[in-house]
Design a protein around this ligand. Sequence first.
Ligand code: BES
Ligand code: MN
Ligand code: ZN
Length: 500
Amino acid sequence: MANDQGIMMMVKFQAVESEALDWSGDGLVVSLFEGEVELTGSLAQLDEKLLGTLKELIAEKEFEGKPGSLAAARVGGGSSIRKVILVGLGRKENLTLEGIRLAAAAAARSAKAEKCKTVAMSLPVWNGDAAKTAGSIVEGVELALFQDSRFKSEPDKNHTVDSVDLLGLAGTEGAIAQGLQICAGVNLARELVAAPANACTPITMAEMAQALASELGLELEILSKEDCEKLGMGAFLGVAQASDLPPKFIHMTYKPPVTPRRKLAIVGKGLTFDSGGLNLKTQGGIETMKMDMGGAAATFGAAKAIGLLKPADIEVHFVSAVTENMISGHAMHPGDFLTASNGKTIEINNTDAEGRLTLSDALVFTEKLGVDAIVDLATLTGACVIALGDDIAGLWSTSDSLAAEVHQASELAGEKLWRMPLEEKYFEGLKAMHADMKNTGPRPGGSITAALFLKQFVEKTPWVHLDIAGPVWTDKEKGYNSAGATGFGVRTLVNWVLNA
Ligand code: BES
Ligand code: MN
Ligand code: ZN
């Protein structure tokens, strides 16, 4: 199903004036705060209409309203509502947009399992903000119900939820549309990350950029290997040189109709496969390295969402140096020296620290565009996963105010970031004998030296680096993320641009 902007929608959303009492359909979602499961007022009335089903369900399942908890039951007696689904919100004083997203996601999954086609959700308005509440419900539902069956031989015949009515949220149509546009970006990023390295290549990434540019009216520049040579991108090309596939340096631009008030840039690491190069990875790591273009995927996802949302006066550049890190007779050797496009020389003491090499030339290119701020996203280091675990990305920045902007955007999105130190002293670990620097420092603080390496390629533009190696992927279903690619970063980036 596609809406009038051509966005594929899993679910048709509608903001309606009416409350639970007046609704009829397959599945009614009723939310309850923890410690407030007594049915009073309109809930008592509703329970009467549902022949006491709510009260029975709460007692029978010992439903306490804990965050994300669920209970569902069939309503008997020929009721105009087939099933009720209770979802817990946690304590009222702790309600957040993320809590609403998670409750909506849990309820949507339950509605699907209960084979409800027409669904209504009665959720509280967060902080008096009906628009943000509606947007979060849309995100929770869309992201939770997203299914990627592109690579299955048979399409998924699972039951689907057709429609979700947002009860008591009339007037939030704009926020619903915006939520759908953002989810279109997140789900694009998920598809790009989930696609294996034999389906997602530098060439298909360039084709995707072409498709996005023509669909959304973005400007597009794709530099070939020869173009990159002319620009002196020796670090990027050093990584690319063992691949049988041509590297693609991709630059999309969203230009607002008026003179921009701010020019922003998003740069994503785009390794469609990271074998490690001659410092070859081994089983227990190498087989997951299709996701090493998660930064580029977030960049493309943000381009999609921003191209749809069309912010009034912000220009946004989307940059990714896309290639594979492979082995062959013409692979870079450990010990080789490379020269990046800013003239700095790099001794390659480990070919598996390739992301920072591709990013170095991407950052130099981006700074030359004359933007006001740069945010890069990269599945850069295993060390960041060791430091912060699977759910939290690391943030490094040369600018406290830009770091605060990005942090605020991530909190609104429910995507977790933690600021890490750009500890200059650790740059000593990258000192080389005959070149300006090595590409790899000692194991302790490995995500910090990686960030310090990148810093050598940004001269003066305020810059944030996000290491998303942990949250780009989840092995099991978690909140509104299904198992697999999460699309991490897209919603933070979109919030950042919209609030810039
Ligand atoms: N793509 C990897 C980082 C990575 C590791 C992402 C695990 C997701 C999960 C990166 O290119 C890499 O190989 N980094 C090395 C750096 C080391 C050689 C200094 C690492 O983290 O081991
Ligand atoms: Mn690597
Ligand atoms: Zn990598």
